[in-house]
Design a binder for this molecule. Structure first.
Ligand code: AMP
Length: 592
């Protein structure tokens, strides 16, 4: 496919806010491409070249380099270009205008294709080390020289990561289902393969080339992260037990970082909940796992927790942030030592275990793990009554955990990769107090501060994620809980994500108009006092309409910033459904 035709699709997608329409545009696009082109196009649609977890170099093109390439391609001076960029406020638009003005098209000898552009971008990414900047600029200049105005616009946006189509992976999977199976109802078949092998391009390639048969053959394997299974939440022990069939394995819920630990060819690799390769942050865990588990190849899951070096007590999640630094990890390991508490085994010596019931997986985990000081299993207990569950919960909190996770032990308790289901239910301490549980919200807008806060933001507009519709829905404005330093840093933190237009996949009511829109990227933990109905927020509007017949959304009252959740991506934010469930729980509490 010619790159210019692909750009027309991008333009169309950019203008589309309705998800169903987006899906059918994507389906049309995929129908016009070869499987190999689809693979490359899916990455570009997401603004990446390959999945993050592969740990391959990123494009590494800064705005300055892009301007340099545009200047070399057009003959315009950098001052002129900077002026144009200021006027347009968008590098894509600036590049488009330059291409129009300079009639670069007249020089075109070779037409760009999706494949040739993608391959050039790979070359740009792979240029590393001394002299690489110049190589990157040269390749980019070549691209601009061959680009028509619309192509220049998208090349500039792609290299700087500002495409912002508002398309998430699930929308692409819907598009693939519609293109190759005729209906988006077939998405689960593709999604299941994607959950085990989260490489959107590869999944697209197999869907287009081999169809359902090929997808069903895809298996989990060490080295490729599995999308993690997630827990639902409830606040009533009896209800929890009813949901899982009266009897379950309750486990401590450790307050640390989820780790999926793989071993292959003698090497240990650790993936985060967001599937990033975090091995380098935890050389201690790597070593400890090699000592504790002798098997040749495996995938186990656990929670890495910070412990006090003097008392061995568990420390809160925030302290793990010290391990995020790039340098001096040796010192960080001494000051912030960790333990890992394992709870699952998903693959062992050539065999995928996802379809085995949890008790069987846990038994396998127990059989391969030698308990050491730093590698342990999550503390667990069979519970058969609400009283058992309450008692275990108290003990967990006493031991420094944030609550418990109750896991089904029935024969259908498979590992549901990528899904939040009722086979795992979290029961957290905060439900015991008047306050609601903390939630993780995505920042989607900001309001300028006044008085003491002038020059920075006074409040951030926050949203929940609605996976059914793949949209973000606003739920509150957060202005308190920040320290002065944190406040001062807000504009800098959000600068890369500020956009002139409302982000495309954000549901917002007309009454809500922040001073700046922010592309959904950064997640923060928020604590509120209660959930109320609100005329200005859009969270759960459909659910409230359907079940209460009221025109209102849900809002968090008195929200307070607790912390950044850099380990979470926008789609890992608390879901609209979770907030709705919390609202129902709260109503129940008021009635009893
Ligand atoms: P949340 O992040 O609040 O949705 O809670 C789910 C998270 O709890 C998981 O993603 C794990 O990181 C963490 N966790 C802590 N202890 C356990 C456990 N015993 N089993 C499963 N997950 C656990």
């Amino acid at each position: 496919m010619l790159f210019k035709d692909f750009c027309e699709y991008l333009k169309l997608l950019e203008k589309t806010t309705e998800r169903l329409r987006m899906v059918s545009i994507l389906a049309n696009l995929f129908r016009e491409m070869s499987p190999e082109e689809i693979q490359k196009a899916t990455y570009l649609l997401l603004g990446e070249l390959y999945p993050d977890w592969m740990g391959l170099p990123e494009l590494g093109v800064a705005e300055k380099m892009c301007l340099e390439a545009l200047s070399r391609a057009s003959g315009l001076s950098k001052t002129e270009l900077e002026k144009l960029l200021k006027q347009t406020g968008d590098i894509g638009e600036a590049a488009e205008r330059i291409a129009q003005r300079k009639k670069l098209t007249a020089l075109i000898t070779q037409q760009l294709t999706v494949s040739s552009v993608y391959d050039s971008l790979i070359k740009i990414a792979m240029a590393t080390g001394p002299g690489s900047q110049d190589v990157k600029i040269r390749i980019l200049t070549g691209l601009f020289l061959s680009a028509s105005p619309i192509e220049a616009r998208y090349i500039a946006r792609i290299v700087l990561g500002t495409t912002r189509l508002g398309i998430q992976e699930m929308t692409i999977l819907d598009g693939l289902a519609q293109a190759f199976f005729g209906t988006k109802e077939k998405r689960p078949v593709i999604e299941e393969a994607f959950n085990k092998y989260p490489d959107i391009g590869y999944i697209a390639l197999i869907t287009a080339k081999e169809g359902e048969g090929g997808l069903r053959k895809i298996k989990a394997q060490p080295g490729v992260p599995i999308r993690p299974m997630l827990a639902e939440r409830l606040s009533d022990p009896k209800e929890i037990l009813d949901k899982v069939g009266g009897e379950a394995l309750a486990e401590y819920k450790y307050d640390g970082e989820r780790a999926q630990i793989h071993k292959k060819n003698g090497k240990v690799v650790i993936f985060s909940r967001r599937l990033e390769n975090i091995t380098e942050q935890y050389p201690d865990v790597q070593k400890a796992i090699l000592e504790a588990i002798q098997a040749d190849s495996f995938i186990v899951e656990g929670e890495i927790v910070c412990v006090d070096p003097d008392t061995d007590e568990l420390r809160p999640f925030q302290e793990l942030m010290h391990r995020k630094r790039k340098y001096d990890i040796v010192r960080a390991m001494q000051e912030y030592p960790t333990k890992v508490f394992l709870f699952d085994c998903l693959f062992l010596d050539g065999q995928e275990l996802l379809d085995k019931p949890y008790p069987e997986r846990r038994k396998i985990l127990e059989s391969i793990t030698k308990i050491t000081d730093s590698v342990q299993l999550t503390k667990a207990k069979i519970v058969k009554s609400p009283a058992d569950l309450e008692e275990f919960m108290m003990q967990a909190v006493e031991d420094g955990c944030e609550g418990i996770i109750v896991k089904s032990i029935r024969s259908d308790a498979v590992y549901e990769a990528g899904a939040r289901g009722w086979r795992w239910i979290k029961y957290k301490r905060d439900y015991k107090s008047e306050m609601i549980d903390t939630i993780d919200l995505v920042v989607v807008g900001a309001f300028y501060g006044k008085g003491r806060r002038s020059g920075t933001y006074g409040a951030l507009l926050c949203a929940s994620y609605n996976p059914e519709q793949d949209v973000f829905e606003t739920v509150c404005k957060v202005g308190s809980g920040f320290t002065d330093t944190q406040l001062a840093e807000l504009p800098k933190i959000f600068a890369p994500y500020v956009t002139k237009q409302k982000p495309p996949n954000l549901h917002v009511s007309e009454a809500m108009e922040p001073d700046v829109w922010i592309y959904p990227r950064i997640v923060m933990e928020v604590l509120g006092a209660e959930i109320t109905l609100s005329p200005v927020h859009t969270c759960g509007k459909d659910l409230i309409k359907k079940n209460f017949n009221k025109e209102a959304g849900l809002a968090v009252r008195f929200p307070r910033f607790i912390n950044w959740r850099l380990d979470k991506g926008p789609t890992d934010a608390t879901t609209t459904k979770e907030i709705y469930e919390m609202y129902l729980q709260q109503l129940k509490k008021v009635q009893t």
